[in-house]
Ligand binder design. Structure first.
Ligand SMILES: [Zn+2]
Length: 711
């Protein structure tokens, strides 16, 4: 027990006694003391008080310790053990639990080699060097997998090297402007600024033979602060493993886009994995191994912004150094295990509230993802205590422990594809991946759920003082940069929540199936991402020594589920959604003008957005009144999100069906909003932009029509 932790019960009652406004200023607010989505909150208040009292910091710490005792890469026996552990916790809480297997294509490394020589033939390095610091208790386990990239091709290449900064589209354009040809070359670029698969995608498009992706100390090493084990930042030999799957094409098992890769799926139903796999080698590298290559590299000096924190001047290449890459990858269909636990709804059993976190890790995964798993297990603990007191959620709550997220959101994607019909009625998906890396709460979500998350955080105590919401507001805005939103806030005094791009398991739910989603996490200085050093020792030293942020995240995540599951009226805020869509359209319209596409007619899309805003206000009034056929109203509210999907999907990536949110083809992690139009405008493709404007306009009109029909 930690003396600093506050009890939830007192706070929630105190806050509800105060006449704080739970609707928003622009809309008719709910009566003081009421919560949006509830006719009366009295009964639910006591449910939430009981729930908040249960998640336990020291139990969460024990759970994290158990989950991270051994490396548990997807499909290994150790991963299976964590599945059984989670299943046992789900069952103990009274959830109907099953372990759901899928057979999916995964690569494990047989051999990875990187060697470099200077012009005289002198060997500069031979790696990868094993990750090592003095004083980490976990690093010497023989089960620590050698650094490699999920989805890397196999191959053997010796070539000259070119430095491409972060490997962003603009970086490759700069190399083009300098007439540097990448055909047959090895591109070396640093981590950061985009998803690593995008770096490989852009290099492959330009004819590169291989890619080295290294962690520059400027981005998460000594330039930021003391490296592990002194501080939280990346030590010299730390490597960021990771998937280079082209997940902006589709996520999940490469051989089964749109289809669940169940054990009985015949091979004939599987397709070539080409669709989301790179064709060239890529290997991740520490700065210990990258430095000799970069230091020997000749050619022009880099633009100033390309200089990292290694102690010499960087050059673009080619020349000065030759590199040999060997990547021997064992591609097999391997069995992975999702764990699914249900608390059946008493009134609307077919309406699911889905809560999910991945369990598999590149190595130990203390922060990523098992801080999220421990938080989810304590949320399950809380829900279990309610069930034992005879409570039933009104809608079914489904807790999901995903496997093989690291290789490309595979466990979640296959499960979504398996349940695509039932998910038409799923009212929300609440994700947590990196649950706790430090004390700074952050969240992203669809606009309709942003206020819902803010309101929840007003009744969860912060380990510092006051509520999660109060601490969230006090943060420096810079902390929230990677949870960016392209829409200005409806209420500028409100704390910002980001838009959903990709990089975690909400992608199949929102962007393929159209389930309204959120993603939460508590962040801080975290330089050991996807290295062996993301272990229990690092976690207790740097992230959360007393596990009180695990408790905080358990409370927020569990409250999302409980409050959504029990609501009378689904608490979606379509007024905010319409406002965001309108802002996205105006931003892209401006961009179109700058890109010489000024003749594009944005009028119909703007009218559709205005129509959606009016329809949303109509729906909001009905949500506040909460009279009559609420089941019918809820179905209508839910189908407005589905109406934003397009059957045909996005250009060149039909698996992505959402017209408002997708991972950017050139960003990967961060969202591209109104992606069909945005990317056509960015590519200065006027006919495609015109066509996609029409697709968008139709989708917004469909959503408006749905909300207009609300009674
Ligand atoms: Zn993760």
């Amino acid at each position: 027990m930690n003396p600093r932790s506050t009890h939830g019960t007192f706070l929630i009652a105190a806050l509800l006694a105060a006449p704080f406004v739970l609707g928003r200023l622009h809309a008719q607010a709910a009566a003081p003391g009421n919560v949006f989505g509830y006719k009366s909150f009295d009964r639910e208040l006591s449910v939430e008080e009981k729930f908040l009292a249960v998640p336990d910091a020291s139990l969460a710490g024990q759970e994290l310790k158990t989950l991270t005792a051994a490396p548990h890469l997807a499909a290994t026996p150790e991963d299976r053990k964590t599945a059984e552990y989670v299943a046992q916790k789900f069952r103990a809480a009274g959830l109907e639990t099953e372990i759901v297997p899928f057979r999916v294509l995964l690569n494990w490394p047989k051999a990875v080699k990187v060697e470099a020589w200077d012009e005289s033939g002198k060997q500069l390095m031979s790696g990868p060097t094993r990750e090592h610091v003095d004083g980490d208790p976990f690093e010497n386990d023989p089960r620590v997998v050698m650094p490699f990239n999920g989805s890397s091709a196999s191959g053997d290449v010796t070539a000259e090297v070119v430095y491409a900064n972060y490997g962003r589209l603009e970086d490759f354009k700069e190399l083009e402007a300098q007439h540097i040809d990448l055909h047959g070359k090895i591109v070396i670029c640093r981590y950061g600024a985009n998803f690593r698969g995008v770096k490989v995608y852009l290099a492959e498009q330009r004819g590169a033979a291989g890619v080295l992706i290294y962690s520059d100390p400027q981005d998460d090493g000594y330039y930021k602060g003391d490296p592990w084990p002194i501080g939280p930042w990346r030590p010299e030999t730390g490597v960021q493993r990771g998937s280079v799957q082209y997940l902006f094409k589709y996520s999940g098992d490469p051989e089964t886009p749109g289809v669940a890769s169940t054990l009985d799926l015949p091979d004939s139903a599987r397709v070539s994995p080409e669709g989301n796999q790179p064709h060239i080698i890529s290997i991740p590298l520490s700065y210990h191994d990258a430095a000799p290559i970069l230091q020997a590299l000749k050619g022009s000096g880099v633009p100033q912004g390309w200089q990292g924190a290694l102690p010499f001047r960087y050059h673009l290449g080619p020349g000065g150094v030759k590199v040999h890459l060997l990547s021997d990858q064992d591609y097999q269909r391997r069995i992975i295990w999702d764990v699914i636990g249900k608390a059946k709804g008493s009134e609307y059993p077919d309406d699911w509230v889905v809560v999910g976190n991945h369990r598999d890790a590149w190595v130990y995964g203390a922060v990523d993802p098992n801080s999220g798993t421990a938080s989810m297990l304590e949320a399950v603990h809380g829900v279990g205590a309610l069930l034992k007191h005879g409570w039933r959620p009104r809608r079914t709550i489904v807790f999901c422990s995903w496997d093989a997220e690291e290789e490309g959101l595979i466990g979640s994607t296959e499960w979504v594809e398996q349940h695509i019909t039932e998910l038409n009625r799923a009212v929300a998906y609440f994700n947590v991946d990196v649950g706790v890396a430090g004390p700074d709460f952050g969240a992203a979500g669809v606009p309709s759920l942003k206020q819902f998350v803010r309101e929840l955080t007003r009744v969860v105590p912060s380990p510092v003082s006051g509520t999660v919401y109060q601490q969230w507001r006090l943060q420096h805005p810079g902390n929230q940069e990677h949870r960016a939103s392209d829409a200005p806030a409806l209420d500028e005094s409100e704390v910002r929540m980001g838009d959903l791009g990709s990089g975690s398991d909400f992608t199949p739910f929102l962007q393929h199936a159209g389930v309204p989603s959120t993603d939460i996490g508590s962040e801080g200085p975290y330089g050991v991402y996807h290295s062996t050093f993301d272990d229990f020792a690092w976690f207790t030293e740097n992230a959360d020594p007393h596990f009180e942020y695990l408790q905080e995240m358990a409370r927020v995540l569990g409250l999302e589920a409980v409050r959504m599951a029990d609501s009378d009226v689904l608490p979606y805020d379509y007024v905010a959604y319409a406002h965001a869509i309108n802002a996205y359209i105006e931003t892209v319209k401006k961009k179109a003008g700058e890109n010489g596409l000024g003749s594009l007619d944005f009028g119909p899309a703007e009218s559709a957005a205005a129509r959606l805003a009016a329809a949303a206000q109509h729906a909001h009034d009905l949500q506040i009144a909460a009279n009559g056929d609420l089941a019918g109203l809820n179905r209508t509210l839910r189908s407005a999100e589905t109406a934003l999907l397009t059957d045909a999907g996005l250009p060149n990536r039909p698996w992505y069906k959402h017209t408002i949110y997708a991972p950017g083809e050139y960003t990967g992690y961060s969202a591209v909003v109104i992606p069909g139009v945005s990317e056509a405008v960015q590519a200065k493709n006027s006919p495609l932009a015109a066509e996609q404007l029409q697709v968008l306009t139709q989708a917004i009109n469909r959503a408006a029509q749905v909300l207009e029909s609300a009674r």
